[in-house]
Design a protein around this ligand. Structure first.
Ligand SMILES: [Zn+2]
Length: 65
């Protein structure tokens, strides 16, 4: 079974983190979008979301199965 991959563009690494985010302009406040990130991209993806005040939480990604 294929692992879930990092959401960073062009990255093929398995995801180990989930970035939970919300854009208040387009999402209701309870809504959470999820980006997956490998160890290497957690920092850059979270700072991208954090700079827009979209980032709500970062939690470990538990692979299914
Ligand atoms: Zn990555």
């Amino acid at each position: 079974m294929d692992p879930d991959l990092c959401s960073a563009k062009g990255c093929q690494e398995p995801a180990v983190w989930q970035l939970l985010w919300n854009n208040p302009k387009v999402h209701t406040p309870e809504r959470r979008k999820t980006w997956l990130a490998c160890e290497q991209h957690r920092e850059s993806l979270s700072s991208f979301l954090g700079s827009r005040s979209f980032l709500k939480d970062v939690v470990p990604h538990e692979p299914v199965g």
